[in-house]
Each structure stands twice: as C-alpha cells, then as structure tokens.
Design a protein around this ligand. Sequence first.
Ligand SMILES: Cc1cc2nc3c(=O)[nH]c(=O)nc-3n(C[C@H](O)[C@H](O)[C@H](O)COP(=O)(O)OP(=O)(O)OC[C@H]3O[C@@H](n4cnc5c(N)ncnc54)[C@H](O)[C@@H]3O)c2cc1C
Length: 449
Amino acid sequence: MPAFVTRPQQEAIPVLHDVDVIVVGGGPGGVGAAIGAARNGAKTLLIERYGFLGGMATAGHVNPWMPNHHDGKPLDSGVFQDWCKRLEELGGMKLPHRHFCPETAKLAAEQICLEAGVEILYHVSLDRPLMAGDKIDSVLVLGKSGLSAHRAKVFIDTSGDADLAARAGCPFEFGRELDGAAQPMTTNFDMAGVDLKRIPDRKTIQEKYDRAKAEGRIQCPRENVLYFHTVEEDRIHFNTTRVTGHKGTDTLEFSRAEIEGRRQVAQFIKFLREEISGFENARLHSMGAQIGVRETRRVKGRAYLTRKDYERGSKFPDGICRVTYPIDIHNPTGTGTEMVHLPKGTWYEIPYGCLVPQGCENLLVGGRPISVDHAVHSSMRVMPPACTVGQACGTAAAIAAQRGLTPAQVDGCEVKKVMIAQGVNLVDGAEGETAAPFRNDRSAAVLSA
Ligand SMILES: Cc1cc2nc3c(=O)[nH]c(=O)nc-3n(C[C@H](O)[C@H](O)[C@H](O)COP(=O)(O)OP(=O)(O)OC[C@H]3O[C@@H](n4cnc5c(N)ncnc54)[C@H](O)[C@@H]3O)c2cc1C
C-alpha cells in the first residue's frame, strides 16, 4: 500500500466570508478573542469544530474556573467576568469556588458572543490556510457541505493546539524542553447520586486508591484521586484519569487516548461504587465530549516567557494579562504533579509579544499555545487567563484591521490601555519587577488543573 495519496488540485472552493477578523477555535481563548475584536469595531467571524462554544470548559468537561486572584479581586475582569456573570444570571455557577454547569456555559458563551456582534460558524474544522506570501489570505474549513473559504484581514488562532499557526508555517515548540513530552490528557467525568455526607476524608480515599492500584484494580499513573464539588449537591467532578504518551495533535494517538481515558473512567466508577462510602448508589452522570488536552504546541513569538520570569514575577509595560495561578505540571510520563506557587500578593504578566508569532504577518495566537516555556504554559493555560489572553488578541486584531497594520506593528501598550478602558484589571505603565521568593511543592496536588 502506498504511504501517501494526493488530492486533486485546482478545485473551486466557495468564499463564504470576507471580514476583518477570523478567530479559529471557540474555547475560552476564542470567546475572549472574538468578543475583544467585535467590541472594538471589527467585523468578526468565530469558527468552531463543535456545535457549541467553550472548548475545554464544555467539550472537555473541565471544572471549576481556577482561581486567578489578587487581594480577593479577580485579575481576569474582562470578557471572562462577563461570561461568569451571564452564567450566574442563568443559574449555572456556584460561588465561592466558581464551579459551573458546562451546559449553561455553552448558552452563556454563545449569548455574549452574539450580543457583541460576533458571527459564529459551527461544525467546521480548519483544513488549512491559503497563504499569500507571509500572510494568510483565507482559511479553508471542512463542514457538512465540504470545503469552504473564509477571508479576513487578520486571523487569530485559538484552537488550543496552534493548528492554524503550524499550518501557516510558524515555528513552534512542543512539550517540555527535556524530551518534548507534553502534559498528559485526562477524560473528565462526573458521578451523580453521591451521598456527600458519607464520603471519607482524602487520606482514607488515598489509602484505598493506593491499594486498588497495587492490587491491579486500577491502572492509572496519577498519584491521587483528584475531585471537586459541583453546582449540584449530589454530584462530584473527577479530573483524575491520566493518559500519557499520546499527542493531542496526532490523529491516531488522539483517538487511542479517548479509548484509554474511558477505560480508566470505567475502572474508577467500579472502584468508587465498590470501595468508597457514599458512592454505593452513584452513577456516571457525564463525561467530556472529548478527552481533555492540556498541552501540545506552543508558538515561538516576538517575546518568550520562561520559568525565570514566573519566579521573578516579571512585569511588562505591555503586560496584557496578570497571572497568579501556580506552575502546575502533571507529569508527562507518569506519576507526580509539580506545583510551584508564587508568594501571596504577587503575580507575573504576559507581554503582548507572546501573542505575536514569528513567520506569519497577519496572525495572532491566543488561549494556551502562546510563546512561553513548558512551565509558564502550565500556569497561564487555566481558563481565566486563557480568556484574557484571547481578549488581548481580539483587541490587537481590531486595531490592526482598522489601521492596515500587522499585529507586530500594533503597540502592545495601546492594546493594554484599550483593555483597561474596557474593564480589564490591569494598570497602565510598567510596574517594575518583583524579585520575590517562590514556593516549590512537589507533593500531590489537591487544587490542580
Ligand atoms: C483535563 C484538564 C483539566 C483542566 N482543569 C482546569 C480547571 O480545573 N480549571 C481551569 O481553569 N483550567 C483547567 N484546565 C485548563 C483549560 O481548560 C485549558 O487550558 C483552556 O481551556 C485553554 O483554552 P483555549 O481556548 O486555549 O483552548 P481550548 O479550551 O482547547 O479551546 C480550543 C477550541 O478550539 C476548537 N478547535 C480546536 N481545533 C480546531 C480546528 N482545527 N478547527 C476548528 N476548531 C478547533 C476546539 O473545539 C475548542 O472549542 C484543564 C485542562 C485539561 C485538559
């Protein structure tokens, strides 16, 4: 059998849109990007492969919104807070721990996008960009009626995996520096019908889990059972399966990972029902439509943030997002989770240049695959900052489209000023570096993403 086939060239493909900004991927980064662009006057199209928005928050069944606070105030106060507010209005969010209902998150994300004037195109997957030199002319997407083309002045890649950037020829990194291994995937699931009052303490669960693993009833490399309460009284959310050694950007491996994730879910259900009090009558309530992918590509941009920047709490005049969430690395090859916390009251900032990839003139990258190292990625990847980074992309893309600039020509300090004027919790100007000590905690994480 030949290793490759070729497809016919020169097929005529209909052009369905010609807009200012196209955003590829409607997860937290894409929601932030699309609203950021539309609110700043850009005609904006948001392209999403599923029939709903939210990305990992909905399709990946990820919960809760991880904290990203300073002095009790959320640092992500732009589009992300609008999403939360709408979720609360719809009865889909529970404070103080910000657990939310994924179904309501779909409604809320769609409503706020439409209200901002974003056009949404569902059920289309990126095929490839059509390039005009170093610029993207249009993107080809595959939907139910086959291929279609969509043209824009500026594109934003919020696919989580930098699919558009990679196919446009932008350089990128993958996984950790040591061996290229990326953080593991996880099939998240919820159990309903749980008698919360009878659940044992975490130490007892740990002992039972260790025994079940030692005796072969559970095969999962994760070191502990990671679970969270939910918006409902009798439901528990599990973020505890661990699938290592599979790439989220490889067709065959991604598919195999789904099967391995669900194999582990089935073992956990049996274990919980048979060995953990309170779960005797519990049942599987829901799973993600897809396995959760923590890490794949990270583009190489005009700026690059490293673990050292994290440890120093680096600040930048064009810092468009502040992050307090720790370094949170689930071992890419086995057991263990590394958590490194910043000292209370400090944060680091992501400069605008981390969103501007090398190698393509009219592209920005938002959400998790930005230009940072493996360690910083593990911190900024959580949903609140991913959304704010997206909002910065959208703001910059609107400025670029209106003035005929490339994203590299847009002044990141201006992007920051516009975001401040639109309610994002940032401070104009440079705030100087804080050379603060940090806490390294390699023990099993209870609050981990
Ligand atoms: C198992 C797991 C647990 C986590 N736990 C937490 C947690 O508790 N709290 C927290 O805040 N964060 C958590 N995170 C991190 C967080 O969910 C993600 O890092 C975050 O959602 C990234 O946002 P994003 O928009 O960059 O990407 P995504 O959320 O992945 O969104 C990408 C979007 O692009 C779409 N897309 C992808 N490729 C294409 C394509 N080719 N064509 C068209 N559309 C495409 C996808 O369908 C999706 O909607 C967790 C992540 C995982 C995997």
